[in-house]
Design a protein around this ligand. Sequence first.
Ligand SMILES: C[S@@+](CC[C@H](N)C(=O)[O-])C[C@H]1O[C@@H](n2cnc3c(N)ncnc32)[C@H](O)[C@@H]1O
Length: 246
Amino acid sequence: MHTLPVLRDDDLSAAFDHAASTYDLLVGAHPGYHSQLRRSARRLGVRSLPPGSRLLDLGCGTGASTAALLAAGARRCGITAVDASAGMLERAATKRWPANVSFIQAPADRLGDAAADGPFDAVFAAYLFRNVTDTDGALAEVLAAMAPGGRIAVHEYALSGRAVHRAVWSAVCRGVVMPLGRATGNAALYAHLWRSVIDFDTAPRFADRMRRAGFVDVRALPLAGWQAGITHTFVARAPRREGPVA
Ligand SMILES: C[S@@+](CC[C@H](N)C(=O)[O-])C[C@H]1O[C@@H](n2cnc3c(N)ncnc32)[C@H](O)[C@@H]1O
């Protein structure tokens, strides 16, 4: 199993394009997928944002994370939902969204037109950064698109670093995730899912990466259930701008 490759850039987007039609079915079979997303969206504190605040949902996919933001109280904010995969965005577009939500196709490390909707008061990135080739470049791009003092919540499979959590992740992938991936014709994407988590930063390392990128008040918060020690919410802020020196 260790020889399976991760997918990157165009290959990854093509795999998500192909998987888009069964994506919602598969995440619906994942116990707690939507409730854990809503938990991370609440940790972003969107309910306390003033009306008219700007939110970025980076790597929005078919809109599960966008829906979590709305459920967490983001109804009076403008939400720009961005993804690199045209297929995932097409799937998102088949759903009913309130007028404050718009979808844009862009890669996370070159936000282009999506950045023009900013500066963002809050950013949500669910299951994104592990997929990105240049993680530091994408973190820098996101920070540059944020308002001073803006909030970010990264919801990600980032292992604790303990052998038991790595073993549980591999067992779940071997027993459930990869067979479902093969059954739906998406073997490479779901092998990528397993491998990309094994290869990604542990939670303490990703928190340090965010600090090095310039985020402040970085905390890695655990999630519950079978994902304990496997999935974390990383909450942080963009630094506030220094005032003029008297
Ligand atoms: C696992 S899905 C998560 C979707 C959604 N956030 C959710 O919680 O269900 C990851 C999404 O990230 C997108 N993605 C991967 N790499 C990306 C990149 N470099 N730039 C923008 N989107 C990317 C994929 O196309 C995919 O839709």
